[in-house]
Design a protein around this ligand. Structure first.
Ligand SMILES: [Cu+2]
Length: 196
């Protein structure tokens, strides 16, 4: 019973308070609220002007990057070095090597008889090339000569003079031709050189 009575008192108090507040504000119910349409007309609406701003984007301007510029590297530049120049060496010229040919004056050539078998000089006749050198060696116990020409007509092209045992005489033939020679001590000793 007390609970119900409390609620009635509370509700009654709120109603009484509301009535008092309404009575204190007489324009609360007398003045009707302004319509929303009139409020909208009275307030000036600002024009919304669309901005015409030209867009300048980064996409319009082509970017010039370093990747678009062809690089010129040192490898693309042909090298012109002095090594390319072919060398013409004088060493390429083949040399004609002269030969050295030996002729022996055999033993017992100081005695007549070797001419019968053409063995007073060994070999008795020899063929060489121009520029070659002949070397005579005296293998006999006696002295001999190697003299150009023949016993009846010396020509003084070459002459060993007296060639002692175990001694040598050499002469280089620069011109081609036929060369006869003999020993002034033993006229039966004759030889011949053919130079090509
Ligand atoms: Cu002789």
């Amino acid at each position: 019973m007390n609970f119900t009575l409390g609620i009635i008192i509370a509700v009654g108090s709120l109603v009484a308070f509301s009535l008092v507040m309404i009575s204190m504000d007489p324009g609360y119910l007398a003045t009707p609220p302004a319509s929303s349409s009139k409020i909208a007309e009275s307030i000036p609406v600002p024009e919304v002007i669309p901005e015409v701003v030209p867009e300048v984007t980064s996409e319009v301007v082509p970017e010039v990057t370093s990747e678009m510029i062809p690089e010129v590297t040192p490898e693309m530049i042909p090298e012109v070095t002095s090594e390319v120049t072919p060398e013409v060496a004088s060493e390429v010229t083949p040399e004609i090597i002269a030969s050295v040919v030996k002729v022996s004056i055999p033993q017992n050539s100081s005695s007549p008889g070797c001419e019968t078998t053409n063995e007073c000089y060994l070999p008795y006749q020899i063929q060489i090339n121009a520029g070659d050198t002949l070397v005579w060696i005296n293998n006999d116990v006696a002295a001999h000569t190697v003299t150009s020409g023949n016993p009846s007509e010396a020509n003084d092209i070459f002459n060993s003079e007296m060639l002692m045992p175990n001694k040598t005489f050499e002469y280089t033939f620069t011109n081609s031709g036929e060369y006869d020679y003999y020993c002034m001590v033993h006229p039966w000793m004759i030889g011949k050189v053919s130079v090509n």
